[in-house]
Design a protein around this ligand. Sequence first.
Ligand code: ATP
Ligand code: FE
Length: 340
Amino acid sequence: TLILGLESSCDDSAAALVTSDRRIIAQAVIGQNSAHQPYGGVVPEIAARAHVEVLPGLIEQVMAEAGVRPAQLGAVAATAGPGLIGGVMVGLLAGKGLALATGKPLIAVNHLEGHALSPRLTDPELAFPYLLLLASGGHCQLLEVRGVGHYRRLATTIDDAAGEAFDKAAKLLGLPYPGGPAIEALAAQGDAAAVPLPRPLVGSGEPHFSFAGLKSAVQRAAASGAHEPADVAASFQQAVIDCLVDRTRLALERSNARTLVVAGGVAANTSVGDALRRLAQQHGRAFTSPPAWLCTDNAAMIAWAGAERFAAGLRDGLDAPARARWPLDDTADAVRGAGV
Ligand code: ATP
Ligand code: FE
């Protein structure tokens, strides 16, 4: 089955064609970094307008590249949240229009489910259940992935997401957005032991995350002028890794999942991946992580989540809502709107 995936929940517009036997037929992404650069962060209205402008062209592009006509699609999958609501609506409405015009089923995909299932697109061996560290721009969670549509959240961040911490630290160091790749590159030239920084919540009894205090410490270190920026970057990155490893260790000890997975934008960081791979080895678990291009936002992961849901018999109506908030847990509907 051939699935068209659409992604527009943040500042990347993307379309992809993926088959249910894991072939990525075509994909295209257009980022908006330069459009938001002058404002130092993503501006929702600018993002939504940019999605309107480029998404139709991206859909045409992947269909033409693959030589596929709309009638050959098995289903249309579009991100329905969580994310910036204007952008989500643009992609979801495009998906609904295509589904309506072709008579093919619509699959409304949770963006987090896209990240959560993405490792199964490139690793056919990865079986349920697995323990997932989802570390992205808006989330930092430990989830037990039990099956398609079945997720149990073990922990979350009590303040900033891991990717958000990278973005804020980068801003403090005068580096461009998104901060993750910029920090990683600068950190490679620095000494990770040079600047003493806190490891919030390390050693605490529940596997939750916290990065706000680390950001404040980076702010003080950067403002003091006493350190090389590369040393601050390296020390910051190491502090984040120590937090991720310590918290994930606790979750791993409480889980009998045989495989540890890290996904989401922060998983594109080589040092993060290496540290978690070592942790898995120490605990006798397998480890896998998607390739870097599949960690940051893309439409192949949305098409793949659509393929997995399609195979599980899941379909959505053309009245599927766009959601700014949409937790991934099994209990998500019960807690929706409760600020969770
Ligand atoms: P969410 O998925 O939670 O809705 P998002 O879609 O905006 O948020 P992603 O695209 O999944 O986030 O990930 C982007 C984040 O990953 C950014 O915060 C970015 O700084 C971070 N990131 C990307 N590459 C790296 C890297 N090499 N090292 C660390 N962080 C990185
Ligand atoms: Fe994302």
